[in-house]
Design a protein around this ligand. Structure first.
Ligand code: IFM
Length: 437
């Protein structure tokens, strides 16, 4: 690979990420059922109805996985905690075994010299809370605050950084408007409520962590470059609105105490009562901000109901996900976030990577090229003023890619889902060499 540590400022952190439901295995250890289990059990939602009951069995193999992370030369490891493993009913009783697991996991990172980068919620909502309306229920802010307290009372003294929720756009829009992720709703009112409550829950969680003295608290949003599919004014307006929903809504709430006007033209009639009064809670002071980035979207206009746009197939080379490879977007978004929102706050690329149809022994050149080009975009963003302090590969391991099951392989380490054998890919070794130089 083309990058080396010396391309980046002193102290720049390299890490790799995973998430709990995608790797741990939720069928044991006292974990409660999650809305992903029921979503996957419903025909048509997930490829081959695959689920996370075993996944990579990381719950039982985490020592081996963290050895591999250490041997790659990483500085940090980004992981998430499962709400349903720690509190099987979402509220009340704590599963001691589940909490112990995260305690041991954090210690195992520290023993290997890996800084723990914790995310509290990466999508596995306990079914008992889904029954109560999940992210549509305003009380979720309190439930999530309580979960935060339980987890951080245990591990908050040893994590390097903490973020409440991974990718609010996916929790809100993708899961409640587009219906592609659990709970699979396609309803504008549900989406508006979930999008707002994910931010009030973020705020309560930050408050809970501050009360415990947890250090280095931030937030992680996902971003996509949004481009008009043709030269018409209608396509330009559609791309602008897509940008508003995907990129400007959540960060606007977090850093500007407001939602974008263009998005509110469609969402305002569907928002929960009193939403305008919640921005003090939402806008808790943060110590850092994380961006997840994978691709761009070409957007065209249609005559249908708001938001009246379509995703148009683009001409660029694509990953196994069908996502166009567009590293320029990462550069643009880092600089745009820096200049318009975070203004000097430490930034981290908290996820970036590609899926490929990997087999053991394959050369993996596409992934190396993808990563090189995106690391180069980080470098130019730093040159152009972004206060970028770290970069995280998605993902350490091949894992459960949600509605697409186990077929989409994002890992630097191949996982055979029959035997669960781990085999580092060529990109893993190339990164290890680059980080060692
Ligand atoms: O696998 C996901 C992850 O859970 C969240 N960010 C995007 C990844 C790739 O789709």
């Amino acid at each position: 690979m083309d990058f080396s540590r010396s391309d980046f400022p002193q102290g720049f952190l390299f890490s790799a990420a995973t998430s709990s439901y995608q790797i741990e295995g939720h069928g044991f250890g006292g974990a409660g059922k999650t809305h992903w289990d029921t979503f996957a059990a419903t025909p048509g939602n997930v490829v081959r109805a695959e689920h996370g009951q075993l996944a990579c069995d990381h719950y039982n193999r985490f020592e081996e996985d963290l050895d591999l992370a250490r041997d790659m030369g990483l500085d940090a490891y980004r992981f998430s905690t499962s709400w349903a493993r720690v509190m099987p009913e979402g509220r009340g009783a704590v599963n001691a075994e589940g909490l112990d697991f995260y305690d041991r996991l954090v210690d195992a990172m520290l023993e290997r010299g890996l800084k723990p980068q914790a995310t509290l919620y990466h999508w596995e909502l306990p079914v008992a809370l889904a029954d109560l309306g999940g992210w549509r229920n305003p009380d979720i802010a309190h439930w999530f605050g309580d979960f935060t307290t339980v987890v951080m009372e245990r591990i908050g003294d040893r994590v390097f950084s903490a973020a409440p929720i991974n990718e609010p756009w996916c929790v809100g829009w993708l899961s409640h408007f587009e219906g592609h992720h659990a709970p699979g709703l396609r309803d504008i009112r549900a989406a508006a409520h979930a999008m707002h409550h994910v931010l009030t829950a973020h705020g309560r969680s930050v408050q809970a962590m501050r009360a415990l003295g947890v250090q280095n608290v931030g937030a992680v949003c996902n971003f996509e470059a949004s481009l008009p599919a043709d030269s018409s004014p209608a396509a330009a307006a559609a791309a602008q609105l897509y940008d508003g929903i995907y990129n400007r809504f959540f960060i606007g709430g977090l850093f500007q105490g407001a939602y974008p006007q263009d998005v509110m033209e469609g969402l305002a009639p569907h928002m929960p009562k009193g939403w305008q009064d919640d921005f003090d809670l939402i806008g808790q002071k943060l110590d850092w901000f994380g961006l997840n980035y994978y691709t761009r979207k070409l957007i065209g206009a249609n005559d249908g109901a708001w938001p009246s746009y379509d995703y148009i197939d683009g001409p660029l080379p694509k990953t196994q996900m069908g996502w166009e490879i567009y590293p320029e977007g990462l550069h643009q978004l880092l600089v745009w976030v820096e200049q318009n929102y975070t203004k000097g706050l430490p930034l981290f690329v908290t996820e970036n990577g590609m899926s490929n149809a990997d087999t053991v022994g394959r050369d993996d050149v596409e992934r190396m090229a993808y990563l090189d080009s995106h690391l180069a975009a980080c470098k130019t963003a730093i040159r152009d003023g972004a206060n970028l302090r770290g970069y995280t590969f998605w993902s350490l391991l091949d894992n459960y890619e949600w509605a697409l099951g186990y077929e989409k392989r994002f890992g630097l380490i191949h996982v055979d889902f029959e035997t669960l054998e781990r085999s580092p890919k060529a990109s893993y070794y190339a990164i290890a060499r680059a980080l060692a130089e």
